[in-house]
Design a protein around this ligand. Structure first.
Ligand SMILES: [Zn+2]
Length: 431
């Protein structure tokens, strides 16, 4: 960071409301630039003279809403009239709120590209970049505590660092970010679809950033600058890929030019690795723990035998050739009586499909009623006995924005209800 930027940051910090915090400062530029560098040539040309200020200026628009009044409107939302500084652009809220934020700004940016207003589009993109980068900053990873007062109780600082605020040191510094060779991914052919996929990319990004926070704090305590940078880069590199995907998607939608392969890959969306709304702040609170078949919480891609040993997801399935046991990578093991709720973008997906049954071998003595609900109303239900083939669900999602998967015990042996939703999938209408 040079002196002028440092001064600017300090000055604008004084104008921010209590609780507001700058993230990443200098790294915002480095991450945005790394993302812009991997865009296809046609997209770089489309941004033209707005490309440079997007990285040097616009990606900080949400931080400078009090000082840069001309650009403040690009970081404002119609749903929040009169709110100049939107904290939701810096710190993640819950999934539906984050989805609304992305939907709004992607919509504005796409609209601007379509209208030939490249300057406006680049400024809205600046706000999108900023939000993605802040959510993925190592110092924004502990909900509601960006100075890490809690982490400092777990990791007491050495004498010379006692009393220091950790936000800045955790995320600041000169980092060189490169994602050379990365091919930006299309997040959707419509605004709602793109916002939904971005939401899940950002969830993964937040979890990746969380994995860097403690190592950075430990490295700061140990005065190991190299390790600080290594872990900051782990977060920044992930962020840059997500930023590249978002910019690429906006420009594709604005010009109506889609890569056929990328559009085809979006025909269906597996949700077995998505975190449900019950995982508040992307982790399961104790209220969501189940006690059948063991004391635990839902797992993606595995099931815990007796609550201890991880096993691959396996179901008895009925194939044309006869019954067999199939293993599944995409799926969720769940407990009894704790339904999982997933946010569904309206009008994007046509059907929900999944196989539901009891884990082959472990659940042989179980009996479970599986129900798929849409906006609180049952769409389909099936009772599956332990050794029976899994039930194939295929539900119409028209008008649905909340999909719920429920499993309840209908048997006598509570320790056998090893319930699995395999290959849960949102499917677009075939065209
Ligand atoms: Zn910020």
């Amino acid at each position: 960071m040079n002196q002028a930027t440092g001064l600017l940051l300090c000055l604008s910090s004084l104008l921010l409301p209590a609780g507001a915090a700058h993230a990443w400062s200098e790294p915002h530029h480095a991450i945005t630039k790394a993302a812009l560098d991997v865009l296809p040539a046609s997209e770089q040309d489309l941004l033209g003279k707005e490309r440079a200020p997007l990285a040097s200026d616009y990606c900080l628009i949400p931080d400078y809403v009090f000082t840069n009044k001309a650009n403040a409107r690009f970081a404002a939302m119609d749903a929040h009239p009169g709110e100049v500084y939107l904290q939701r652009l810096h710190l993640p809220l819950d999934q539906p709120e984050n989805f609304e934020t992305f939907r709004y700004f992607i919509g504005k940016a796409v609209e601007s590209v379509k209208a030939g207003k490249t300057g406006d589009a680049a400024r809205y993109l600046g706000t999108i970049c900023h939000t993605i980068e802040d959510f993925g900053s190592p110092s924004h990873t502990l909900p509601g505590d960006n100075q890490f007062t809690l982490l400092q109780q777990f990791l007491p600082p050495p004498e010379e660092m006692k009393g220091r605020l950790l936000h800045g040191p955790v995320e600041s510094g000169e980092i060189e970010v490169s994602i050379a060779g990365y091919r930006p991914q299309l997040l959707g052919t419509s605004v709602d679809e793109a916002a939904w996929h971005l939401l899940h990319r950002v969830n993964d990004e937040i979890i990746n950033a969380r994995s860097t926070t403690i190592p950075i704090i430990q490295a700061l305590y140990a005065k190991d600058e190299k390790a600080v940078v290594t872990h900051q880069l782990k977060a920044a590199t992930f962020d840059a890929r997500v930023v590249a995907d978002a910019i690429h998607t906006v420009l594709c939608q604005g010009t109506g030019k889609f890569d056929a392969g990328q559009a085809t890959a979006l025909k269906s969306a597996p949700i077995g690795a998505c975190l449900p709304l019950e995982a508040v702040d992307l982790h399961y609170p104790q209220t969501q723990f189940f006690s059948q078949p063991y004391y635990g919480y839902p797992r993606s891609g595995l099931i815990l035998e007796s609550g201890k040993t991880p096993r691959p997801l396996k179901l008895n399935v009925d194939e044309k050739s006869g019954p067999l046991v199939d293993a599944f990578l995409n799926g969720i093991s769940v407990g009894m009586g704790k339904p999982l709720t997933f946010l569904i973008p309206a009008g994007v997906f046509h059907r929900f499909t999944a196989l539901a049954g009891l884990q082959a071998g472990l659940g042989d003595k179980g009996r479970v009623e599986f129900t798929v609900l849409g906006d609180g109303k049952p769409l389909a239900t099936a009772i599956v006995n332990g050794t029976e083939p899994a039930h194939a669900f295929d539900c119409d999602l028209t008008g649905i924005t909340r999909l719920q998967l429920s499993a309840v015990s209908r048997g006598l042996d509570p320790h056998s209800n090893y319930a699995v939703w395999a290959e849960p999938m949102l499917v677009k209408r075939a065209d």
